[in-house]
Write a protein that binds this ligand. Structure first.
Ligand code: CTP
Length: 400
């Protein structure tokens, strides 16, 4: 089989060096990558580097190898075009259809999915001109990844960093897997909770659970690749931030509830993949609880935590908001799942069978998605991303 053809456009920003890592990931995973830098990108990383890493010649102008008509051919034959970093200037040119070099010509001739990973200073990103350009590109079906927040060139920090190359690679992989299917969550805001809450007993101990957060992160990543604005509420996870996703870290169930209620206000969908502790210790010891040599330990009294899923399902922040819950069951999986769906009042419930080595911490799982309308969608054993894609298919159907 032919390798998928990817065009990596690189525009002139300091983050161009990070595109080398993206290029390496793409080639090592079996993609045929043609790098098309702009002239200013070559000030940051030279043509020799792009050529050696991609195994293809590199040019920036339409005047090289004119007999091969590269300004048309490269775009026409691509399965995916990804521009990383995309500067404010590149976004403006792409939004307005300018074509004054090889990359901008390629963007006009490409009929495949296009991903932009912007990187610039916060002021440039927030400028209404840039935001209008981003909106125009998204409206045309391009996936524009939100920049990450963090250290920028020099000493300043803010929104505008190029996301981690590994995470841009994940977006590319998801977009390529969807082929010509247009991103169907463009203009939607989705909220995903992930991980497991920790309920503190004292400054060093907590009651927790074994959720890794991988399913929630897969949901966030796939939603971003389908064009959604994503808020990921992450409870005690140790995973890299998915590209283009706003991550809100939380600890306890009460903090998770606050974050979910805040983010849900303008959300089209909320997916509760987090494992939320049903109970928390009634008392928190401000000093470390010490063992007493001559006495048995004190029992721990627990009190109920709020049921966030039931609360947001019963009192929707917006009409038509789609709410999805997860259920981990060990016995009578489907019957327990149906009863839970009803009890919680959500639209969809993803039911996983859990056991010693199943689901928790694993990269793969299998599930059945139960709908409040009586539907049952089995998801065969596979990567957690497959469960995530099925959830978004069902959510997109319900959003209409
Ligand atoms: N959940 C929640 N708030 C809680 C507990 C759970 O929002 N306090 C959400 C989880 O994020 C998940 C779903 O509810 O989406 C299922 O949680 P689970 O604990 O399995 O449901 P329970 O009703 O507590 O049932 P069980 O008796 O099996 O614990």
């Amino acid at each position: 089989m032919d390798k998928p053809k990817v065009v990596l456009g690189v525009s002139g920003g300091i983050a161009a060096y990070k595109a080398c890592e993206l290029l390496r990931r793409l080639t090592e995973s079996g993609h045929d990558v043609r790098v098309v830098p702009t002239a200013s990108a070559l000030h940051f990383v030279g043509a020799a580097t792009w050529s050696a890493l991609s195994g293809h010649p590199v040019s920036t102008e339409v005047w090289d190898d004119v007999h091969e008509v590269p300004h048309v051919r490269i775009g026409q034959h691509a399965d995916l075009v990804v521009v990383a970093p995309a500067t404010a200037d590149m976004l403006a040119k792409a939004a307005h259809g300018l074509a004054d070099d090889l990359l901008t010509n390629t963007l006009l001739t490409a009929r495949c999915p296009v991903v932009f990973a912007p990187a610039m200073h916060t002021e440039m990103w927030e400028h209404p001109a840039t935001q209008d350009n981003v909106a125009a590109l998204r409206a045309r079906g391009a996936v524009v990844i939100e920049p990450a927040v963090g250290r920028l060139t020099g000493v300043d920090t803010g929104k505008g960093r190029l996301p981690d190359p590994g995470e841009i690679f994940e977006v590319c992989r998801r977009v390529l897997a969807r082929g010509a299917t247009a991103p169907d969550l463009v203009g939607r805001h989705v909220v995903v909770s992930a991980g497991g809450t920790r309920e503190p007993l004292d400054p060093v101990r907590f009651l927790g659970n074994r959720s890794s957060g991988k399913q929630g992160y897969a949901l966030a990543r796939t939603a971003a690749a389908r064009g959604a604005r994503v808020t990921l509420i992450a409870a005690n996870t140790a995973l890299p931030d998915p590209a283009g996703v706003d991550v809100v870290p939380v600890g306890t169930a009460v903090e998770l509830r606050e974050a979910v209620l805040t983010a849900a206000v303008d959300a089209d969908a909320v997916v509760m993949a987090a494992a939320v502790a049903d109970f928390r210790p009634a008392a928190y010891a401000t000093g470390k609880i010490k063992k007493k040599e001559d006495r048995e330990p004190e029992p721990i009294t627990l009190v109920r935590n709020p049921d966030i899923l039931a609360e947001i399902s019963g009192d929707r922040a917006r009409p038509g908001q789609v709410i999805v819950g997860f259920a981990a069951e060990t016995d009578d999986v489907l019957a327990n799942g149906r009863a839970k769906l009803k009890r919680k009042g959500c639209d969809l419930l993803v039911v996983n069978e859990v056991g010693e080595r199943k689901t928790f911490g694993a990269d793969e799982s299998e599930a059945v998605v139960l709908g409040a309308d009586g539907s049952e969608t089995p998801v065969p054993h596979g990567p957690k991303e497959t469960v995530a894609e099925t959830v978004w298919d069902l959510v997109a159907d319900r959003l209409g």
